[in-house]
Structures are given as C-alpha cells and as structure tokens.
Design a binder for this molecule. Structure first.
Ligand SMILES: C[S@@+](CC[C@H](N)C(=O)[O-])C[C@H]1O[C@@H](n2cnc3c(N)ncnc32)[C@H](O)[C@@H]1O
Ligand SMILES: [Zn+2]
Length: 349
C-alpha cells in the first residue's frame, strides 16, 4: 500500500460504521516493512478512542474487515501459503493433498480467474471489461473502485481509462496476492490446470499497465472501508450472485458512489449456494409469483423507482445489455461460458 494512495483514499473503520454507526478515520500505525513509501507490513488503526481496532497490512495489502475471526476462518490458509515453493514441490503436495483439498481448490480457482484476466494472447475477460466501459455514459474519470476485483485485470484497465487512482477490492487474499504482484513487480504468476491435479506454471511479465495508479484492498463488499460518496464510479462484475446479501451489496454500492456517479454491474445470476441462501437470491425461486421466478425481473423491480421492498439502494437502472459472453477456462479441454446481464446504475442525486 502506497502512502500517497492511503492519503488520497482516507479509509474508514468498517467496524465503527457497521457496529457503532460512526464514521471513524483510520491512521497508519506501526510499520514493520516499507520500501519507497510502499508499506508491505504494518497496521492501520481506528482513530476513535472507543474503538482503536487494528487492521493489518500483509504483503502490501490492507486487510480491513469487521470480523477478523470469520475472515481468518476462510482466508488465513491463503495468507500463510508459501509462495516460494518450486513447481516441483507444489505438484508433489497437490498430489498428496488430493482433488477437492483446500489447496487444490485455491490453486484451481486462482488459475481459472488468472487465466481469464491475464492469459495470453488475449484474456477472455477483456471483452467483459470492454462491455462494461461501453455501457458507461461517458469515459470514466476520477477515483473508481473495482468491487470483487479477484486477480485485478479490471482494476488495471479502469486505472488506464481514468488516468487516476483505482481501488481493487476483494475478500480473497490469495487472489489479491496475484494482483498485487502485478502491481509491484509487473509479473503475472499462477498455476493453470491442464487436467486433474496436473498444472502448468505461468510466470510472465504483465502487459504495459498503469501500475502506479492501482491499490488493492482486502475487505468485504458488504462493509467497505471507505466513506459515503468516496468514488466517482464502481465496477462490480460477477459478484452479485456470490455474496451473502445481494441486496446489501447494492445498498453498499449506492453508499460508496458519489451522487450522480455510475456503477457498471454484471451478473450471470448463477446463484452460488454456498455463499447466498436461496431466501436472499433475487429471483431463482417463487416461479408462481408476478416475476415468474426471473432474476432479471426481480433485479429490475428492486432497482426501480417504485420498489416496494422498502429498501432504497439509491441506485436506478439507466441502461442494460444482456447476453454478453463470459468465458472461464477450467482445464485444457473444458470451458464454462455464461451469458451475462449488464446494467449501468446511476446514483440518485
Ligand atoms: C465470480 S468472481 C468475479 C471476479 C471478477 N470480478 C471477474 O468478473 O472475473 C467473484 C469475486 O468476488 C469475490 N468475493 C466474493 N464475496 C465477496 C465479498 N463479500 N466481498 C468482496 N469480494 C468478494 C471473490 O473472492 C471473487 O474474486
Ligand atoms: Zn473503529
């Protein structure tokens, strides 16, 4: 985390906002490792004397969450993972741990997204980013955020488009580590599944990107560590159907974006059962109701001016595009393809 980015972003303590309804600034406490204004290890501390909560910076990535133990339950293994193992040792350990192990899942999932974002010659994700940019009413400017950035390609492309600082935010530390390595070293490093437990090592230089203008943060999209209206706009690609509360995510996006700002949101409405209880899905159930179980109709209803749900996200749909292809390579003989829905949302004034 660059000190100059911290100064521009003026992050806030999410714990204070969620639990105490306070808007408390964070400040940089002890720094254990720093290179040229880039803090690799340190701590961000809540300035409210009643809170003083500590949020670590690990491998250059601030981890700013409301509930440390539940974040650690899913993420600590990724943080602690050795990244210096040779491909030989990793392959041995992968075979030993077996299919479906935490190690196998993390390596496979990271590889799928890294390949989509950074694969050569043309990463499939670029067409999705382009669709998002095209849906905006004008070329983006000012400080933007890429919510659910994964391994970071969208964040870099937004920074290139705006010419300004762009934040990439995700809860998954091991994915962010891949993004952070691109930012810091200009290297793209991941394992790509060939078949079963057989992986190839990808270790290449990243394309020309605005590396000085991106900042990666590990945080929950349900409680982001920034103040109301901190961003001119947001990308939120393929996250809606992976969170505990899709409605809560929309409310949080509405809070973060400045009045009149825009959100480019895409989703395949492929509800992840492990993440979102079916009662919280938008559509995907209740096919006897007025929306016929359609996720798209329910999404439109929630974001319409006359929404009867009683929860105002502050966002309205302004433009839409449906059926945009999103391809994820699973292994050398398998690809998953979604038809993604895109919306441009406007933050009400
Ligand atoms: C389906 S992937 C999409 C990633 C990327 N935007 C893309 O389109 O390739 C969803 C991403 O959201 C992240 N994610 C899931 N729940 C999250 C949450 N509550 N807060 C922040 N990120 C989250 C996951 O770690 C993952 O990187
Ligand atoms: Zn606090």
């Amino acid at each position: 985390m660059l000190r100059e980015h911290f100064a521009k972003l003026q992050p806030r303590c999410p714990y204070c906002r969620v639990a105490r309804e306070q808007d408390s600034a964070l400040y940089i406490g002890e720094v254990a490792l720093e290179e040229d204004g880039d803090i690799r290890e340190g701590v961000l501390i809540c300035s409210d004397p009643l809170c003083q909560r500590e949020h670590p910076i690990l491998d250059g990535i601030p981890v700013v969450v409301t509930d440390g133990p539940s974040w650690a339950a899913s993420q600590l293994a990724g943080v602690m993972r050795r990244v210096d193992l040779s491909p030989f040792a990793e392959s041995m350990l992968g075979d030993l741990a077996g299919a479906g192990s935490d190690f196998d899942r993390e390596r496979g999932n990271n590889g799928i997204y890294a390949e989509a974002h950074w694969g050569v010659p043309v990463p499939s994700y670029l067409s999705l980013i382009r669709a998002g940019m095209e849906l905006l009413s004008a070329p983006p400017g000012g400080i933007w955020i890429d919510v659910g950035c994964s391994v970071g390609r969208g964040t870099f492309e937004l920074a290139r488009a705006t010419g300004e600082l762009t934040v990439g935010l995700d809860l998954n530390f091991s994915m962010l580590r891949i993004a952070e390595e691109v930012r810091r070293r200009g290297r793209v490093r991941y394992r790509r599944r060939r078949v079963g437990l057989v992986f190839d090592t990808v270790d290449e230089s990243a394309p020309e990107l605005a590396r000085e203008n991106v900042s990666f943060w590990c945080a929950d999209a349900a409680a982001m560590p920034f103040s109301r209206g901190a961003f001119r706009g947001a990308f939120c690609l393929n996250l809606l159907d992976c969170v505990q509360s899709p409605l809560g995510l929309l409310v949080e996006l509405g809070r973060l974006v400045v009045e009149g700002g825009e959100v480019a949101l895409s989703t395949p409405f492929d509800w992840a059962v492990g993440a979102t209880a079916s009662s919280a899905w938008m559509g995907g159930h209740s096919q006897r109701g007025p929306q016929d179980g359609s996720s798209l109709l329910e999404f439109r209803r929630i974001l319409s001016a006359e929404c009867a749900a009683g929860i105002d996200t502050g966002l309205l749909i302004e433009a839409e595009r449906d059926g945009v292809p999103w391809r994820l390579r699973v292994n050398e003989r398998s690809v998953t393809e979604y038809a993604v829905y895109f919306a441009r949302l406007r933050r009400k004034g």
